[in-house]
Design a protein around this ligand. Sequence first.
Ligand code: NAD
Length: 496
Amino acid sequence: MNLEQSAIDLLRAQPAPKGLNFIDNEAVPAADGETMPVISPIDGSQLTTLAASAAVDMDRAVAAARRSFEAGVWSGMAPGERKKVMLKWADLIERHALEIAVLGSRDNGTDIRMALKGEPQSAAATIRFYAEAIDKRNGEITPTRKDVLSLIHKEPVGVVGVIIPWNFPLMIGAWKMAPALAAGNSVVVKPSEEAALSTLRVIELAAEAGMPPGVLNAVNGRGAVVGEALGLHMEVDVLAFTGSGGVGRRLLEYSARSNMKRVYLELGGKSPNLVFADAPDLAQAAKETAASIFRNNGQVCVAASRLAVEGSVYDDFMGLVRAEAQAMKIGDPLSLTNSTGALANAAQLAKTKSAVARALEQGAQLFQGGEQLNSASGGFYHQPTILTGVTADMDVVQQEVFGPVLAARAFDTEEEAIAIANETVYGLSSVVWTRDLSRAHRVAAKLKAGVVQVNCYSGADITAPLGGVRQSGNGSDRSLHAFEKYENCKATWIQL
Ligand code: NAD
């Protein structure tokens, strides 16, 4: 899509809609009418309000989902018909893509180019991928003796609760909603209170596409209230979550305290980026290194926030990364002259500033950036920041910042690089730059990470799984394997 500033400006001038709940295909306020303000990170102003719901609203949404599931209006619909509805949904999202992207950008500060590609366009592609699979997946017959027929059916689990974060709400939301719906489940979404507006618009479009009432619902509000109510609900069969480790732990507790629902967690990371001196193209590696941590201000789960560079090219490489950081234009996310927008909220800005201060206190050196930007705007902006001389014991190496902060150091041997890569409790993504194919395979095999990228950053698409190991989570989003999270495997053994 060709982006024009005038079209963006027209959309941003529209008043932002109120963020209501969506239950049984109707937009409704919280039962008690409570709302909370939605603050735009662009300038700190109030954009609109969001329903501040209570457990009673969640009960209503889960009841609607359960009713629709048991009635079979979606779960029992012919696969080809379900597919048609989902494909129409994807078309509608694409038709409204710019409107949705501008709304999302006003809500969470992501620059408009990324907000468009990474959000509605990506969500539409994800929905199409799972929709297309609906009528192409067969059951199985297991090898038994001749007087038995043994069948494996994949059945939808029932009601799926989806809890999403604010950094890429549509991309991540679609990674969960689309396979869950394609499998025939009914879904209740708890959008992030920091970025709910675009999600709600997309959910509304599902109804317009023909999704029956009760199949896809949304309840807004504080995580500790409605997220907890969803997590503890006895009528929810599976919880699919992306967010922080702290909340992930709570969800496991909710499950244990309620109905032992399955809980799938996509959590944080502290992903390593290993640059060997024989990288195919150091300039390209530096460009992607900068993008891997500074795009969307580092508010990316797979951000390669720890850089380790082979000593012989360290100085040259760091110079290239610094030049990339300095070339970035940070500011209003809806201005096409800027490459990067605002951090999502005041708390993220404060977290970024304190992580930098703490790293300096612990002995890291400031190589680039380190300052808040554009404070007069009232918005939440920060320079791309590079810290050097970091060591394994520093907080900036062990703890996720989720801001534009790169922690860099040099290494001498392959073993040292691998040890650096595996030195945290996380295991989400990792990057390796080398033209030595044997080394690439050797290192990839030893990295404790769900994803390894060799000589590229973020080239993967919906066909490949994305998920973490260790404290980065369990299960994966994306790829056909995602269906496994939202289905039961039923064995039917028939004596003939
Ligand atoms: P968060 O954990 O604060 O919030 C995520 C969601 O959980 C929100 O909708 C929130 O309202 C809800 N929530 C909060 N408290 C809850 C509770 N007690 N019970 C139930 N729900 C509750 O995370 P965030 O700040 O929105 O997102 C940033 C985090 O997400 C980072 O750690 C990042 O790495 C992670 N993330 C991971 C991936 C991945 O694919 N692995 C992708 C993006 C973001």
